[in-house]
Design a protein around this ligand. Structure first.
Ligand SMILES: Cc1cc2nc3c(=O)[nH]c(=O)nc-3n(C[C@H](O)[C@H](O)[C@H](O)COP(=O)(O)OP(=O)(O)OC[C@H]3O[C@@H](n4cnc5c(N)ncnc54)[C@H](O)[C@@H]3O)c2cc1C
Length: 493
């Protein structure tokens, strides 16, 4: 017996699944999203540098590539989307720089190409002028091309906001539900999960790192993927003055990436150190960390390893080399009707609004009836960010709810009111709260505020503190109460 029936089933609540769910929520259609994790946006989307890329930074964005078309379709949509969902969107601009005068010719080519594609005209700045704009760049840099359109978003905030808005418009979200098998019937799919069966007329496979494995369950794996691991380092906020824009060095070899990126929160990220690696092994290695840091110092010599407060890895899922190693797969399977595969190695965040639109059109062309829902509300209110409010706004907020007057995370000035609101919006873990309102993202990385946040989560969810985890199954924060520990003899050492 199926435990659930739906018209469209989306597998995966990463940025692509969430954007598609939100796009579909404009219509009177029954949509369900299944996500194996405890929260949304914690797959590849979490391991991201958040650049809304313009497709003019390298020659690898050829107009004939599908991913380029999706990106260019998405670009005019991203800023208005972020406004509707109250997701921070910051236009920081970018400098694509060269260390070698010979490579300047390549920059000239890029600039001409940008102009000929009607994407604007990027200005070249020689070192002296560049240094006036970005005072910390290395004297080795010869000059750089300025792209004023580059923006940054927080990919997890965006995914949460898309999903929150989709759910408030009627989409059904099932967390901690893993797809384990799929059978294609004549008119519907039977999808097995660890919680029972789901019947669905259409399936959208947006399972990120596992998209090809899910497709293979139903013989819809008519594409090959090569996961390439990418390392990113995070610098303390006290380094924010080191770069005001995205700084990048023109790649000298394919896949050579060396960037420093300001985030919407004011930290700088550096990387992306690439490495062919076994899938699922998201661990950061000392080797990758050293290479990334050495590269970052070639851009900004003042970057110190003492300022690296965190690091992470994620997989860029690229298509096979013959097609073009950067190509994506966003299409209905040629072998299995009504089964849509959706994966973009890079830049999936930037291209997500375009990819979502295209997937909806693919299903509509196939016969899915999409009647606009007059009750659709495109707006979502963000959680107030106490740290950036004016004194007057802070006082007004505290008058309304005194919990906003209690600062829990000192590094990031996060209040109890914000943490409570994060839990109300769906956070059930420490990371769930951290990725909504930031306690634990500062210098102390949660060492001070972690136990306090844990206590608030337990209180709000009505569960014992021993049940609060860092990020779901297998990551308890308080394994045993002291009393229990002593009773069990664990206190004897
Ligand atoms: C280091 C790095 C930096 C990047 N920087 C940028 C950037 O600056 N700008 C940009 O635009 N793009 C960037 N990208 C690319 C971008 O992150 C990806 O294109 C995008 O996040 C892919 O999103 P997704 O929804 O396909 O995958 P995911 O975010 O991985 O979502 C898939 C979801 O499916 C779930 N899932 C998997 N299997 C199952 C199952 N069996 N049952 C149920 N659920 C399942 C997973 O738990 C996951 O939540 C970067 C990527 C990396 C690795």
């Amino acid at each position: 017996m199926p435990f659930h029936e739906t018209e469209v089933l989306i597998i995966g609540a990463g940025v692509l699944g969430a954007a598609t769910a939100r796009e579909l929520s404009r219509y009177k259609v029954d949509v369900t999203v299944v996500e194996k994790g405890v929260d949304v946006g914690w797959g590849i989307t979490k391991a991201n540098v958040g650049v809304v890329c313009q497709g003019r930074d390298t020659l690898e964005f050829r107009p004939e590539y599908h991913r380029t078309r999706l990106l260019w379709r998405a670009l005019p949509l991203m800023e208005p989307l972020c406004r509707e969902l109250e997701v921070p969107f910051k236009k920081v601009g970018a400098y694509m720089m060269v260390r070698d005068q010979v490579l300047k010719e390549k920059l000239d080519k890029l600039a001409k190409r940008t102009e000929s594609l009607g994407l604007g005209s990027d200005k070249y700045y020689p070192f002296t002028e560049l240094r006036e704009r970005e005072p910390y760049i290395s004297p080795e840099i010869k000059g750089g091309l300025h792209d004023p359109e580059i923006a940054v978003v927080h990919p997890v905030y965006l995914t949460q906001a898309l999903m929150e808005n989709a759910v408030s418009n009627g989409v059904n979200l099932m967390l901690e539900t893993e797809v384990t098998g799929i059978q294609a019937g004549h008119s519907e799919f039977t999808v097995q999960t660890d919680h029972g069966e789901i019947k669905a007329r259409y399936v959208i496979n947006a399972a990120g790192e596992w998209v090809d494995r899910i497709a293979a369950m139903v013989n819809a794996d008519d594409f090959v993927l090569f996961p390439i691991k990418g390392y990113v380092g995070v610098l303390d906020r006290n380094c924010s003055q080191l770069a005001g824009s995205l700084l990048a060095v023109l790649p000298e070899e394919p896949g050579d990436m060396n960037i420093v990126v300001p985030t919407v929160e004011g930290n700088l990220l550096f990387g992306i150190q690439l490495q062919i690696n076994r899938r699922h092994d998201r661990s950061t290695t000392e080797h990758m960390a050293r290479l990334a840091l050495a590269n970052a110092r070639k851009l900004i010599p003042e970057i110190s390893e003492k300022d690296v407060i965190n690091s992470f890895c994620g997989f860029l899922m690229f298509r096979n080399f013959e097609i073009g190693w950067h190509e994506c797969e966003v299409a209905m399977s040629a072998r299995v009707p009504r089964f849509v595969n959706m994966t973009i190695g890079y830049p999936g965040v930037s291209a997500s609004p375009g990819a979502a639109l295209e997937v909806v059109e693919i299903m509509q062309a196939d016969g899915l009836k999409l009647e606009p829902d007059p009750k659709f509300n495109p707006h979502r209110k963000d959680i107030p960010d106490f740290s950036v409010l004016t004194e007057k706004e802070r006082k007004a907020l505290v008058r309304k709810d005194p919990r906003y007057g209690h600062v829990v995370c000192r590094c990031e000035t996060v209040t109890e009111g914000e943490i409570v609101e994060a839990v109300r919006r769906g956070a059930t873990t420490l990371d769930g709260v951290k990725f909504r309102v930031r306690p634990g993202t500062g210098r102390c990385q949660g060492g001070f505020c972690g136990p306090r946040v844990s206590r608030i989560i337990a209180r709000e969810l009505g569960i014992p503190e021993t049940e609060v985890t860092k990020a779901g199954g297998g990551s308890p924060q308080v394994p045993l109460r002291t009393k229990q520990l002593l009773e069990e003899g664990g206190g004897d050492g």
